[in-house]
Ligand binder design. Structure first.
Ligand code: FE
Ligand code: FE
Ligand code: MG
Length: 167
């Protein structure tokens, strides 16, 4: 990164790189969880849920892209081996082994809630120290909040529909 660009960072760059590398692993795992879930999803509303999962997959991949670029700008290297994602991740990976709509929604809501916590912490850490990373994290956090809302709305529709069928 340029010398002046580095000079304005008011925190330990290695510490920041460590946090960004963990978030980078989260994004790839979230991407794969959504991407595969979108293909496997079964049950009522599977088309609507699958479409949303696929859009989210695309957005998680864009988050990975943004974080990779910032890591490189800061003089670091994004994780080079997928095998290392598991060790670095904050939010883990939940295999879509049960492809029922409700199970996938519940799994992915959990992932989004974890992501919201991770990015809120990163936001607090970078707020004063690194305005460039702060701006990126804010953009990502806005989308994770949207993801959680989208999934919870779908789950609500699903529950209402199932209730209607019982009644
Ligand atoms: Fe994300
Ligand atoms: Fe997300
Ligand atoms: Mg969405």
């Amino acid at each position: 990164m340029g010398t002046k660009g580095r000079e304005i960072i008011g925190m330990d760059v290695q510490e920041l790189l460590g946090l960004l590398r963990r978030a980078y692993a989260d994004e790839w795992l979230a991407y794969y969880q959504y991407w595969l879930g979108a293909k496997l999803v079964k049950g009522p509303m599977k088309d609507a849920v699958g479409a949303e999962l696929l859009v989210h997959a695309t957005e998680e991949l864009l988050h990975a892209d943004m974080i990779a670029m910032r890591i490189i700008q800061l003089g670091g290297t994004p994780i080079t081996k997928p095998a290392d994602w598991y060790q670095a991740t904050n939010c883990g990976y939940e295999a879509p082994d049960d492809p029922f709509v409700k199970s996938l929604l519940v799994q992915n809501i959990k992932g989004e809630q974890c992501a919201i916590g991770v990015y809120k912490r990163l936001l607090d850490i970078t707020r004063e120290a690194d305005p460039v990373t702060y701006g990126m994290v804010l953009t990502i956090l806005q989308q994770e909040v949207e993801h959680e809302e989208d999934l919870q709305a779908l789950l609500e529709d699903f529950e209402l529909m199932m209730g209607g069928m019982r009644g």
